[in-house]
Design a protein around this ligand. Sequence first.
Ligand code: AMP
Length: 143
Amino acid sequence: MTVREILNEKGHEVVTLTPDVTVAEAVAVLAKHRIGAVVVTNGAGVIKGILSERDIVRRLAEDGAEFLKYKVSELMTANVKVCAENHSNNEVMEIMTNGRFRHLPVERDGKLIGVISIGDVVKRRIAEVQREAEEIRSYIATA
Ligand code: AMP
């Protein structure tokens, strides 16, 4: 299964913010949409960073609630790994496992067109494994 197929199933909608908004606003957006990370763009689809709940928890432990006034640009990871629509589900899983993160924005022609989460890839991998097992069982039964 490819990233293109996953996006066709789940949709292309991505919750984004610009780097100049406050961390307090970002926290409200994460809570409202019940998501674990928000992609930071320039407002015109160019990816500038990613801010995850992990970044927020880490900074909370270091600085206390003071950082809620900071701009998202001060907390986000600016060096974002992305994937393209022709990446496979397994390739995306490998990128996430190696990078130790759970979100991967999808880019086309330098613009954000979707996001894949670890939940998306694991769900489809489980379905694939179940299908394979079913095929093997029916092959054995008819052999
Ligand atoms: P996550 O597991 O996705 O919640 O994120 C864990 C850490 O990795 C946080 O510091 C994020 O800012 C960072 N991160 C998340 N996704 C990416 C990505 N696609 N590229 C680079 N860093 C990321």
